[in-house]
Design a protein around this ligand. Structure first.
Ligand code: XMP
Length: 509
């Protein structure tokens, strides 16, 4: 059985980051809501309590039941987690009047304490709280302090329970990973056996058991997740897996042919479906972005379903769902805040009456890439930028026509290939071109022109929730702009989008 750390979530924006750091140490962990977690069995080696936007002094502050955990298993409270325990077991937490936001340095460390082994005096930590612990319960003692925060860290006597008021998971806490190592490896005794190789081996075994001799169908998108899911299933059940790759006519230039070809080289049993005309036909005359999304989602389901029905005896639908999609989040602003908006093909399993298999549902995105690497999937597929399901439809503002698609494909191709040749592709998280519903005046030779404007967008991000525009070199932008205007008929102006998310979004529609 896979040993693990449980992370109880109190709604902090950093909870997933704690999990990713623990996993970087090759230790498996799971995030559960503070009020809905499985009773710890022998596979659970320790528990971490996350931070929270709540104050322990709030009337509706989240209160976990730690009766099966505290004193029985190693326990680490981070920020709110630490304050909760201090307050709950007889101490006092109050609003802080000194600065407890941002960088601080550990002025005192109890070096005999196992949690702070190898952590240097003056080590930088990241604080982010409005409350502070002003009195500890009698059997708690201080193991670290900063100038402003006396109780930066504490330990409960005679039991492996610890609290820290700073965030070890954020980058600004320079030795945060060491502290988490001390907790999960030295204190909890985890073996560090969560590796891409062990994941592949165990998942392939369990997929074999789960699926037996049944047939499975999977929709490939050309993206990282569906490709890795397909290869894992391929390794487990070989030809029992059929992959479908739909050309909706809204992909990048030559993408359909290239991707189909590389899938075939990977040995996958893949069927390409040319549904360009169907999609473009249904989108005719539609300019509202949400309508476009709905139409594309519906047509995809119809096309996929019709093709899957041709394969006799299919029992399973495989999906490339990843861990951030399935973590049940603790909602701070009411239940609706947790609903994800970009699920274009959410209704597929219900419509098809198939059982769902999701081989990646335990993995974060960076882990999916590592597993893909372990499965020898080509770096071109693993390093590919994210691309929205509705494709170029939401980058052609307004109505979509085959001519506009062809034009945008050319522009996008020049931009993306340019990024590749100038070694900029891997420095960017996502890039693309947008065709604006605007004509502008220009001159070419002696002629006055009145043609389209395209915008280029390139962002850095970790998960698409926030993003910064990339400071691409002027030299590069200048070159790409001339190349687009010279080579793509119908475009006489190129602009570069310098908005960050928030308040803008990555896509324009
Ligand atoms: P926004 O525009 O919301 O995009 O900042 C965040 C990320 O989501 C992608 N995106 C979509 N993906 N279906 C998808 O599969 C959609 O309808 C959709 N809309 C946006 C976008 O490309 C970016 O990576």
């Amino acid at each position: 059985m896979q040993e693990k750390i449980l992370i109880l979530d109190f709604g902090s924006q950093y909870t997933q980051l704690i999990a990713r750091r623990v996993r970087e140490l090759n230790v498996y962990c799971e995030i559960h809501p503070f009020n809905k977690f499985p009773e710890p069995d022998e596979t659970v080696k320790g528990v971490i309590l996350s931070g929270s936007p709540f104050s322990v002094r709030d009337k509706n502050a989240p209160i976990p039941d730690l009766s099966k955990i505290k004193g029985r298993l190693p326990l680490l409270g981070v920020c709110y987690g630490a304050q909760f325990m201090a307050q709950n077991y007889g101490g006092l937490v109050e609003a802080s009047d000194s600065r407890e936001y941002g960088r601080a340095n550990l002025k005192y460390i109890d070096h005999d304490n196992e949690l702070f082994l190898e952590i240097e005096k003056d080590s930088q930590v990241w604080m982010s709280h409005g409350d502070t612990i002003i009195k500890l319960p009698d059997n708690f003692r201080i193991i670290a302090s900063t100038n402003d925060v006396e109780v930066a860290g504490y330990k409960v006597q005679d039991e492996p329970t610890y609290g820290i008021q700073f965030h070890p998971e954020v980058y600004h806490t320079t030795q945060g990973l060491q502290l988490l190592y001390n907790f999960v490896v030295d204190i909890c005794g985890c073996n560090r056996d969560w590796t891409p190789a062990s994941f592949v081996e165990e998942t392939v075994e369990s997929l074999k058991k789960q699926i037996g001799t049944d047939k499975v169908v999977l929709g490939l998108s050309g993206g990282v997740d569906s490709s890795v899911a397909a290869m894992l299933l391929h390794k487990a059940i070989g030809k029992q897996l059929t992959c479908l790759f739909v050309d909706n006519g809204l992909l990048r230039k030559n993408e359909y042919e290239k991707v189909l070809d590389s899938y075939k080289h990977m040995g996958l049993n893949v069927i390409g479906i040319d549904a360009k005309d169907r999609f473009l036909g249904e989108l005719y005359g539609v300019s509202d972005p949400e309508k476009k999304r709905k139409i594309i989602g519906r047509v995809f389901i119809e096309v996929f379903d019709a093709e899957a029905k041709k394969i006799t005896g299919v029992r399973w639908l495989a999906q490339g769902t990843i861990y951030p999609d399935v973590i049940e989040s603790v909602s701070v602003n009411g239940p609706s805040a947790t609903i994800k908006s970009h699920h274009n093909v959410g209704g597929l399993p219900e419509k098809m009456h198939l059982k769902v298999v999701e081989p990646l549902k335990l993995l974060f995105k960076d882990e999916v890439r590592k597993v893909g690497h372990e499965l020898n999937i080509s770096p071109t597929i693993l390093g590919r930028h994210p691309f929205p399901g509705p494709g170029l439809a939401i980058r052609i503002l307004g109505e979509i026509t085959p001519e506009k698609v062809a034009l945008l494909q050319e522009v996008d191709h020049i931009f993306i290939e340019g990024l590749r040749t100038h070694n900029l592709y891997d420095k960017v998280w996502q890039a693309g071109a947008i065709l604006l519903p605007v004509q502008s005046v220009g001159v070419m030779g002696d002629e006055r022109t009145y043609e389209s404007v395209v915008a280029l967008r390139a962002v850095t991000s970790t998960d698409g929730m926030t993003a910064d525009w990339v400071h691409l070199p002027y030299e590069f932008l200048g070159r790409i702009s001339s190349e687009i205007i010279n080579r793509v008929k119908g475009v006489n102006r190129v602009v570069y989008d310098i908005s960050s998310k928030p308040p803008a979004t990555i896509e324009w529609e």
